[in-house]
Design a protein around this ligand. Structure first.
Ligand SMILES: Nc1ncnc2c1ncn2[C@@H]1O[C@H](COP(=O)(O)OP(=O)(O)OP(=O)(O)O)[C@@H](O)[C@H]1O
Ligand SMILES: [Mg+2]
Length: 455
């Protein structure tokens, strides 16, 4: 996952690019002019800059040297609507990494981006600039009992050096928890270094983690420190640790036991004081039983285990999450979405979110980008969610006008309750009824929260 800065005066093409990059898991930042782009660049320290050439005011070509100066490590792709050899040459001379034409061919864009991110080394666990990109990393929300437990544990372990193993399905917020532990602890001023253990083959991962000496293997032209060395005084986050090979597991065990590691090709071991946080979305106990994950390493890692429940088991968090994510999205794609219709919120309550918070974020992002007004409506949802828009209590497929008043009342009360996560006080306010009356209606119509929602 990388951060990509898009600098283009054309709002529509910014959004298209942004959606595309987001769907691939990248973070995006936007600037509509060279100057705005430079300001954002300073704060976000992007891995890649996509820079339009023709813009009112300073052209992308003029701005290029400033972007290089501001972020010498970022890759730069120039974009222009004109097939103009001269600007191509100039762009390459001024330090662009590549050049593509409008209308953008997505395949060409993808292969260019992948190549540049791979060669700039930005794609796999760079030293993360915690606190530098737009202030602090996003904070976590959730009012469910289980998330409150999670927050409490974060607070308890933040200041101690114990190793923490974070488990949970994909998209439940494991990385966010790791960052929160780092940020709230005594090492907050030190580096937070993330390594995705599943993204690299064994030898590369080994050199990534522990570093290598010059000549340790073909292509090792200079010696390089590993992530354990870079994380001194801070935190190393070993993501997807369940995917590591036996050889890497053995070396990690040594770091955990002796705080020591040996860079590839080195004669002497090095010391590290990095605090270790690991995460996995696999059932690691099962891997231990099956023998694919070392038991001794497992016990060393999970001195403290933080398990993140799937979103479908804590739907009372939905409302807070939607609000927080929408605020983030508004900022990020510069739109102004104020909320969802009740139908949409109901569908959210009914859906079981296999991709968890990340899926919720993607759904909101896509709908927000397509939204002409300020409220997200049913028609903007993906089909899988739209299908859930059957009126509750409406067993048959009778049209609305054939319903009795009682049926309409039952349906409406249920809709309001679901939309407020069964927060009865809020439902009373919306419905304009007293609490006893609401209780009677719930009983009378035998209304129940959606299954598995936990409220
Ligand atoms: N409680 C929360 N409050 C606010 N945002 C959240 C919360 N949980 C997750 N998110 C957001 O959801 C997205 C996914 O979170 P994150 O990357 O931490 O998940 P993950 O468990 O590491 O997923 P994966 O296993 O797919 O790597 C992020 O954008 C994160 O900011
Ligand atoms: Mg993750």
């Amino acid at each position: 996952m990388s951060t990509i800065l898009i600098v283009d005066d054309d709002t529509a093409s910014c959004r298209t690019l942004q959606l595309h990059f987001r769907s691939q898991g990248h973070e995006t930042v936007i600037g509509h002019s060279v100057d705005e782009g430079l300001r954002r660049c300073e704060r976000a320290a992007p891995d890649l800059i996509v820079l339009d050439i023709r813009m009112p005011g300073r052209s992308g070509l003029d701005g290029l040297p400033d972007f290089k100066k501001c972020c010498p490590r970022s890759g730069i792709i120039m974009i222009t609507a004109f097939h103009d050899m001269e600007s191509t040459i100039q762009a390459m001379q001024r330090g662009a990494d590549d050049y593509i034409h409008k209308p953008i061919d997505i395949d060409e864009l993808d292969s260019t981006v992948a190549r540049i991110l791979a060669t700039s080394g930005a794609s796999s666990g760079e030293v993360q600039r915690v606190g530098e990109r737009d202030g602090t990393p996003p904070s976590m929300v959730g009012r469910s009992r289980r998330m409150k437990e999670v927050f409490k544990t974060i607070g308890m372990v933040a200041d101690s050096p114990v190793t923490v193993l974070i488990t949970g399905e994909s998209g439940t917020g494991k990385e966010l928890v790791a960052r929160a532990i780092h940020r709230s602890g005594s090492r907050a001023a030190g580096p937070f270094v993330a390594v995705n253990c599943a993204a690299l083959v064994e030898t590369l991962l080994e050199s990534e983690l522990f570093g290598h000496e010059k000549g340790a293997f073909t292509g090792a032209v200079s010696s390089q420190p590993g992530k354990f060395a870079l994380a001194r005084g801070g935190t190393i986050f070993l993501d997807e640790i369940g995917e590591t090979s036996p050889a890497i597991q053995a070396k990690l065990l040594r770091v955990l036991q002796e705080k020591e590691f040996t860079p590839l090709g080195a004669k002497r071991a090095e010391h590290t004081d990095a605090r270790i946080i690991a995460a996995t979305n696999l059932n690691i106990e099962e891997s231990v039983r099956q023998g694919s994950f070392r038991e001794d390493l497992y016990y060393r890692l999970q001195v403290v285990n933080i398990h993140l429940p799937p979103l479908r088991e804590r739907k009372e968090d939905l409302l807070d999450l939607v609000q927080t994510l929408l605020a983030r999205i508004n900022r990020e794609i510069q739109c102004n979405i104020s909320g969802l219709t009740m139908e949409v919120m109901e569908c959210f309550q009914r859906y079981d979110w296999p991709g968890n918070v990340r899926e919720l974020e993607n759904v909101l992002m896509k709908s927000a980008a397509l939204c002409a007004g300020s409220t997200i409506t049913m028609d903007l949802l993906p089909p899988a969610l739209r299908r859930l828009d059957r009126a509750p209590g409406q067993a048959s497929d009778r049209p609305d006008w054939q319903l009795s008043l009682e049926e309409v009342e039952a349906m409406h009360v249920l809709r309001v309750l679901n939309a407020c996560s069964w927060h009865k006080g809020r439902a009373c306010e919306i419905l304009g009824v007293s609490r006893p009356r609401l209780r009677r209606m719930i009983q009378h119509y035998a209304l129940e929260p959606p299954s598995g929602s936990g409220f």
